[in-house]
Each structure stands twice: as structure tokens, then as C-alpha cells.
Design a protein. Sequence first.
Length: 318
Amino acid sequence: MLGQLRFLLLFLFVTLTGCVSINLPTVQPLSEKVVAGEGTAKVLLLDISGIIKDEESAGILGQARPNLTARIKEELDLASEDKDIKAVVLRINTPGGSVTTSDIISHEIDNFKKKRNVPVVAELMDVAASGGYYIATSADRIIAHPTTVTGSIGVIAISVSASGLMEKIGITNQTIKSGPMKDIGSPLKSMTEEERKVLQSIIDGMYERFLDKVSSGRPNMLKREELRKVADGRVYTASQAKDLKLVDSIGYLDDAIEWAKQAAGVKEARVVTYAAPRAYKNNIYSKAEPAAAGINIINIEAGIPKAVGMEFMYIWLP
């Protein structure tokens, strides 16, 4: 342990003082990796996991990594140009995230289907809730893992008020604004009833868009009013979701791949992913991208209100 600490201190010293020039690895285009199967035909395994947000990220050495939408767009563009891609499997494992990012990813999948006209199946893993389910409805078939938790159809915008605490410690809100609604949702003051109505109308509009997405993606689902009762924000087990027609069947990732092959009319196919050149990929359960260097800290950002502004989310926040 002491030796490792000395090495780290030496590394920081020579780096910060400019004694050593280090060429950091740059982000490179994604490349195809075969993870299963054989044959000329291909089934693309596209991974949608983690919080659905479009913020840039970087490893411990500072090298930037593309945001989620950029990566998925790049993968779909590569698949669009490869005529051997006969089907796509969306491996979804996310509690959801940003309303806009969820909608853009769903839009890109819809555009890909129009361009290539190949079957797309969604395999729901541990959690495929809210924005994750929103994206899944772009698929031609939704298969839930036996232990999947899904649903949570709805919208949330977290807001807190620190006005009471500010009064106790003698801090006064002196915000200057051009109109009464300019600081709507500000944590520096209590929300008025009129402000709450304005924000609720926005939430209601986004909620109706979610219902539209489910209805258009799954036309054989429940009728609108029945769907509204199901879509009260709660999550469902795989079997419950199947009974409610939120998913088509229950099965494993290899079942989704087999369905994709059958829907594409091929008996044999290579399962491929697009990943960074240095990514280790040896089977269908391998991660889509290499883990960032350093300590992997649990992402709790989605559960904390933004310091500035309010964010509307298709997300399950237990």
C-alpha cells in the first residue's frame, strides 16, 4: 500500500511539474465486435443502460467519452449502412432519465426502423422503467426478463423549498425578476398555488405524450382510459406487465436474439455490438463500453434537484 502511494505521489509530481509528457488515449470510432453466433447475417445488440442523460463524461485521465444519444446515434448509423444487419436487440437496463433524451433516443430508433425496415426487439433487464419503457415501445416486440421491474409510466420534476431554513438562519431572498413567474420552482421561496398549476400543466402535457407513445407503439394495448389507470407511476413485475400487455412475453436475452432471427427470417446469425477498440467483449452479456478508469461511484445525481433550474424526468425514483 505504501509503495502504491509513493508511486501515485511521484506520478502526480512529474505530471504537474511538466517533467514528463504523457499522450492520453483519444476517443476512437466504434468498431464491430462479434459476441456470439456465426453466419453472414448479423443481429445488432444495442445497449441502453444507466441514467438516460446526455451529459458528457470522462475517465480519470480526462479523456472525453460520447454522451448516450451520440453513442446510440453512431451505432444506428453504422447499422443503417451495413446490409448484413438483419435485426436489432435493444438491451434496456435503466430506471429512466431526462424526458428529452428519452424522446430523442426513441425517435432515432423509429427513424432507423423506417430506413432499414428490420425487426427490433427490446429485452428488459433488471429495471426498464419510465424512460426505459418509453424507449422500449419503439420496438416491434418487448420481452421482459423473469425478474424485470418495469412500468413507472409518468413524469416527475423534483423541487424543494429552503425558505423555512433561510428564515431560521437569517438569510433573505432578494431575487430581482422581470415577471412574477420568472423564478418559478426556485428553492429560495415557497411555491404559490398559481406556480404549481403552471408546472402541473407542463407535467400533464409530458404525461399525455408518454401515453401517446405507448398507444402508438403498442396499438393492441389497453384502451386510453384503461391505460391511464395502469400508468399511475407504479412499477410492475414481469408477469404483471405481461398480464397488462405492457410487454409481449417473458424470456431471457438469448430468447430475444432468437426471436429477432426468426422475425428476420434467418436461421444463423452473428450477434454483434459496436464498442470502443479497447473494449473487452466476449459474450452477449458483456458491457457495451469499457468501464471508466478509477473508482466507480454510484450515480445519485438523478435523485438530487439541480442547483439551477428544474428538470423534467421520465424516471423511477424510489
